[in-house]
Design a binder for this molecule. Structure first.
Ligand code: ATP
Ligand code: MG
Length: 263
């Protein structure tokens, strides 16, 4: 199941989560938290769904069955963040893969500071995995990231909040050309309280694409639903996003979009 905001362009958000689930042969359930008018260039309007309506969607689905895994993306409002945190316990939902989306790739802020506090106090502590990108990890941990050592410190600080594990995504690290003429890798840092694991892939040239974060966290949830262990799920999802990014598409004038069905 995904709990997320919509992206009518299909590159990110709930629509991209459902495509990712389908690509990985998992039946997708979805609960919409915000209707977002956006394309690959910009977000023009955000209409948060009322918390009562989010609760009604969750109750309708869970009255029939519980999902095998859960991903949480855009929450849209503080009230919805609170409701979702409460529902994790009251509806007995699985510990989520939590993508703490604070800002859209186009720069629009998607959660107010009070919502950020709910993330820190009630959602991150309940997560199986929290997947911030570098700017989100900096805001949530209060640690500036400029290399591997500070990335590890931020991962430790976020892990102290209580999730089972943290994955700081390295897409936003500046791309470098190494001495032998190759571009640097895109490295995501995983920390589960004991071990650091680096998930690394060859960096696709250019500035990535719209919706990489959504596809990665949805793919992790899909592999969890299929019964994989957390680390295995992250490794497989990393391969999925790298493949999807390599065959990215140009939809409009903005950022590229990933191809969820790339082979
Ligand atoms: N240019 C690239 N080449 C290869 N992998 C990349 C590239 N850019 C991002 N990734 C990978 O894509 C995944 C998502 O990371 P990213 O840091 O882009 O997340 P995000 O900022 O949350 O994405 P979004 O813009 O969708 O919110 C990570 O596994 C990251 O390593
Ligand atoms: Mg993101």
């Amino acid at each position: 199941m995904t709990i997320a905001g919509s992206d009518p362009s299909g590159g990110a958000g709930l629509q991209a989560d459902l495509k990712t689930f389908a690509a990985l042969k998992v039946y997708g359930l979805s609960v919409i938290t915000a209707v977002i008018a956006q394309n690959t260039t910009r977000v023009s309007q955000v209409a948060a769904v009322a918390p009562e309506m989010v609760a009604a969607q969750l109750e309708a689905i869970t009255a029939e069955r519980l999902p095998h895994a859960l991903k949480i993306g855009v929450l849209g409002s503080t009230a919805v963040a609170e409701l979702v945190a409460k529902s994790l316990d009251s509806l007995n939902l699985p510990a989520p893969v939590l993508d703490p989306v604070l800002v859209a790739s186009s720069g629009t802020r998607l959660l107010e500071p009070a919502g950020e506090r709910i993330l820190l106090s009630s959602l991150i502590p309940r997560a199986a995995l929290v997947t911030p990108n570098i700017p989100e990890a900096e805001v949530l941990s209060g640690i500036q990231i400029n290399g591997v050592a500070s990335m590890r410190r931020a991962a430790r600080a976020l892990h102290k909040l209580g999730p089972r594990a943290v994955l700081i995504k390295g897409g936003h690290r500046p791309s470098r050309v190494t001495a032998n003429g190759r571009t640097s890798n895109a490295i995501d840092l995983f920390f589960d309280g004991c071990r650091y694991i680096e998930f690394s892939a060859l960096r696709v040239p250019g500035d990535g694409a719209h919706g990489t974060g959504c596809a990665l966290s949805a793919a992790i949830a899909a592999w969890l639903a299929r019964g994989a262990e957390l680390e295995t799920a992250v490794g497989r999802a990393k391969r999925f996003i790298t493949r999807a990014l390599r065959s990215r598409l140009r939809l409009g004038n903005g950022r590229w979009v990933v191809d969820h069905f790339a082979r």
